[in-house]
Design a binder for this molecule. Structure first.
Ligand SMILES: *Cc1c(COP(=O)(O)O)cnc(C)c1O
Length: 421
């Protein structure tokens, strides 16, 4: 009989979204007349059609596969040069950041990338030669769960979280941007603009993180999935805007939230050649070499029509259409933010991110608030507790929705105090 990876059994009961889905289905089954009224502002999935430039490029890519002259088979595992070049130019060099095309690794999304990246790092607990890993709390659960599955943590703790991970609390006091840890850490995950809190990191704060990483020989895994939502030009959109980050950070980028590619699947990871890790015997090795090897061995890359679509996002039309999509979701965020603030609730985010983070009404926990909003207003939000211990007492509202749904959700939030009474 095959032995399994025991670490999977450490995963705390149920990923957040299946539990939300279970409660929503149970409510709908018990209340068929209210089923049609349910508005889902829970999961962060886009709702609007793709930019026409991407659609046209995908159609063209499919047609190219239909004729012998333009047919494409296996491509380079890390993406065609013209795509990597368009990314390096459009997202970095044009903005004064020195990133080369061969430091861009095109993929089927940044959730898979953030998950796979730990394959090139040592596994196990620090005592077993693994890394001391820090995450923010609340956190995008993907970073944590992957480290659990890889055996980099201990058991699940009673009040949430896992033994062996360093949790950095995000609180209203620090604006949900923790300072670098005082204790030794080898790998730290950061995500800004943040999911779930919608918080942004300032240039000064991110500089402190980069300086910390350089001083402590640590690696920062920077998730910039929401960089396109940054409105204020003084806020960093990439960690490479900070001097020295090209020696201590990798960056995960996604086309899911800017181009609406959640169902198309594309993203990329930036691994600068100067970022190094250490062998167990102390020798320094560029991570670029390992990540390259990992791609060549484990993947055959992204489909041709999708690569055509990615390149099209960098055309002038593609960029304008993406900007329009982002504006649309940001108007949604403003409506939701105002509706909550008008109720006297404390709100964060929604200004440079498609998420509004709200303090639960006095005396209610985050799952209680979730259940109340579901049963009394048929509004589905995400309970903060699902993102970690320090998410308790808050809930997240996603701005990814149709305008009609957002306006209606805003109205129902406006009656929140009555609903909760
Ligand atoms: C949505 C999201 C992503 C994107 O994941 P894809 O696999 O590219 O769709 C990455 N990180 C965070 C924090 C996200 O919320």
């Amino acid at each position: 009989m095959a032995f399994i990876n025991d670490h999977y059994l450490k995963l705390a009961a149920g990923y957040l979204f299946p539990e939300i889905a279970r409660r929503v289905t149970a409510f709908a089954d018990a209340n068929p007349s209210l089923k049609g009224r349910i508005i889902r502002c829970g999961i962060g999935d886009v709702t609007e059609p793709l930019p026409p430039a991407a659609i046209a490029a995908m159609h063209a890519g499919v047609d190219e596969l239909a004729s012998r002259e333009t047919f494409r088979g296996y491509g380079p595992a890390t993406g065609y040069d013209f795509v990597r070049e368009a990314i390096a130019q459009g997202d970095f060099r044009e903005r004064g950041i020195a990133i080369e095309a061969d430091e861009i690794f095109l993929s089927d999304g940044s959730k898979p990338d953030a998950s796979a990246f730990i394959e090139i790092l040592a596994a196990g607990s620090p005592a077993e030669g693994g890394n001391r890993i820090a995450v923010c709390d609340p956190v995008y659960p993907v970073y944590v769960d992957n480290n659990v599955m890889a055996g980099n943590t201990g058991a699940a703790l009673a009040g949430g979280g896992y033994e062996g991970l360093v949790y950095l609390p995000g609180t209203p006091e620090n604006g949900f941007v923790p300072e670098p840890p005082a204790q030794p850490v080898d790998v730290a995950y950061l995500c800004y603009p943040n999911n779930p809190t919608g918080a942004v990191i300032t240039r000064a704060q991110l500089t402190r993180w980069v300086e910390w990483a350089l001083a402590n020989d640590a690696l920062i895994c920077y998730d910039a999935a929401y960089e396109a939502y940054v409105r204020d030009p003084s806020l960093p959109r990439s960690i490479y805007e900070i001097p020295g980050a090209d020696r201590c950070a990798v960056e995960f980028r996604s086309f899911s939230k800017n181009g609406g590619f959640t169902g198309v699947r594309a993203g990329y990871t930036v691994v600068p050649k100067a970022v190094e890790g250490r062998t167990s015997s102390g020798e320094r090795v560029p991570l670029h070499r390992l990540w390259m090897r990992r791609w060549a061995t484990c993947s055959n890359g992204v489909s041709w029509p999708v690569q055509r679509a990615v390149a099209a996002l960098y055309s002038p039309e593609g960029r304008a259409q993406m900007a329009e999509l982002i504006n649309f979701y940001m108007e949604n965020a403003a409506i939701l933010r105002q509706a909550c603030a008008a109720q006297g609730l404390r709100v964060w985010g929604g200004e440079h991110a498609p998420y509004v983070w709200v303090a639960c009404p006095e005396g209610l926990g985050s799952w209680e608030t979730f259940d109340t909003l579901l049963t009394r207003a048929q509004l589905v939000v995400t309970p903060g507790a699902g993102f970690g211990r320090h998410g308790e007492g808050f809930f997240r509202i996603s701005a990814f929705n149709s305008r009609a749904n957002v306006i209606e959700a805003g109205k129902r939030l406006s009656t929140l105090s009555a609903v909760l009474a």
